[in-house]
Ligand binder design. Structure first.
Ligand code: IFM
Length: 445
């Protein structure tokens, strides 16, 4: 078979992503630890325990990432480790983060660091977390400490991970640690405070490191009207703006708009250097919504990942990239992946999603990097260990790890900076007719 190759730009970031609470283990000062250890909040009663043991040995997975040829990794810092009590900072924790960040640089892996990825110090949760206006000063103080201690090692920053997901799962769905107040009002107020914290953190970072790139990682879903129902289309457009775009619009002009509130927020206008997209799937919307924003009705043809997590819909990645071009910023795919314990879908998922990115780049859309979620199996919040997202398979009991077949494939892509018909032939031959239609068997001479 003649070989066809889709080549990526030489400076493309080939990365993976993790979050502190999900991989470090023993984050005993976090509200998530409390949540896990009270009641039956986690599927099958799972516990994070040692998680993927990054606090002691992140280096094991970083070695594998380097072998795969990854040149970037997105990780987060656990606020509750750094500041276990209000204004008490743990130097040993900061030192360990320095070590991990240095270990990345030593392996040619550029860090992108998230300041807040779902978990809070217990003391902050007790004060009302992002519902309390106090959070702004606390977040500023935490950010300033991190920038002083670690900023020289961090070229890329995400201030807040998935603000809308945090708000929905914590204040509305109740699958995240119970807040002091629940409901739509509390959720919207929290998003507003997250944006205030983002703006403040943006300027604290840029003041010391003007070259640093700072943004938000925003969960972005394709939201489509469910079939039937005259108002479904109208509702899907409204919900899509609200869920996917309202935050970016707010960051452009610094003006809160309905339903976040109103009025200008100091320092918010223009406070983002890139768009971070966490893309997983598409959902369908019905009007009027019945209890939840969207329906998980995937349709008879849909390929669905483990635990009904979501439909595999690669074209959606191209669509969401296109939808943020109007903001005229570099784009990073800060998360993309699926739960797939047996790796039955992940090889073709990687090929089809990376192909959508290649297609976007070939239209000159500024997609600068891809961070696959996740490098290693990790603690999937309320779904515990039931969902496995890793390119590296982990046994949390023994901490043994093994690169999945999809990890081998991603390694081939990273090392070659490309996606080829040979890779498809080896890892997902069913894709050849659709993805490489021009490919014909070579004639024997
Ligand atoms: O594990 C999560 C992550 O913390 C945030 N984005 C989605 C991932 C998979 O569910």
């Amino acid at each position: 078979m003649a070989k066809a190759v889709m080549t990526f730009p030489a400076d493309f970031r080939w990365g993976t992503a993790t979050a502190a609470y999900q991989v470090e283990g023993n984050n005993t000062n976090s509200d998530w630890w409390q949540w896990e250890h009270s009641g039956s909040n986690i599927l099958e009663g799972h516990k994070s325990g040692l998680a993927s043991d990054w606090w002691q040995n992140a280096e094991a997975d970083l070695d594998l990432a380097a072998e795969m040829g990854n040149n970037a990794h997105r990780l987060s810092l656990e606020w509750s480790r750094i500041e276990p009590e209000p204004s008490v900072f743990d130097q040993a924790a900061l030192d360990r983060y320095r070590q991990i960040l240095q270990a990345m640089h030593d392996r040619g892996i550029e860090p992108m660091v998230t300041l807040h990825h779902f978990s809070n110090p217990i003391w902050l949760a007790e004060k009302g977390d992002f519902n309390s206006s106090l959070v702004l000063d606390y977040f500023k103080r935490y950010t300033a400490k991190v920038v002083d201690a670690l900023g020289d090692l961090i070229p890329k920053w995400v201030t807040i991970n998935e603000p809308m997901v945090y708000a929905v799962l914590r204040y509305l769905d109740g699958v995240f640690p119970a807040p002091q107040r629940k409901g739509y009002g509390a959720a919207l107020e929290a998003v507003g405070n997250m944006l205030r914290c983002h703006a403040a953190a943006y300027h604290i970072i840029k003041e010391q490191y003007p070259q640093a790139e700072v943004g938000i990682a925003k969960n972005t879903a394709v939201l489509e009207p469910a079939p039937g129902g005259m108002l479904n289309g109208w509702w899907a457009r409204k919900a899509s703006w609200f869920y996917n775009e309202a935050i970016w619009d707010t960051l452009v002009d610094g003006r809160f708009r309905w339903p976040f509130g109103h009025g200008k927020v100091d320092g918010l206008a223009g406070s983002f250097d890139f768009i971070g997209i966490n893309y997983y799937t598409r959902f369908y919307l019905k009007f009027p919504p019945r209890g939840k924003l969207w329906e998980e009705e995937w349709g008879p043809e849909a390929v669905v990942s483990d635990g009904n997590y979501g439909e595999v819909y690669p074209e959606g990645l191209f669509r969401v990239i296109k939808s943020v071009l109007k903001y005229d910023k570099p784009i990073y795919i800060t998360e993309n992946g699926l739960p797939d314990a047996t790796d039955r879908l992940r090889p073709s998922y990687l090929i089809t999603h990376l192909r959508e990115i290649w297609r976007a780049i070939s239209f000159c859309y500024p997609v600068m990097g891809y961070y696959h979620w996740s490098l290693v199996d990790n603690f999937e919040w309320d779904r515990g260990w039931t969902q496995r997202f890793g390119l590296i398979e982990l046994d949390p009991e023994t901490q043994e790890r093994k690169l999945r077949k999809s990890g081998q494939l991603y390694g081939e892509m990273c090392r070659s900076g490309s996606l080829s018909s040979e890779m498809a032939e080896q890892y997902a031959p069913d894709l050849i007719p659709a993805l490489f239609p021009g490919q014909v068997p070579e004639r024997d001479s």
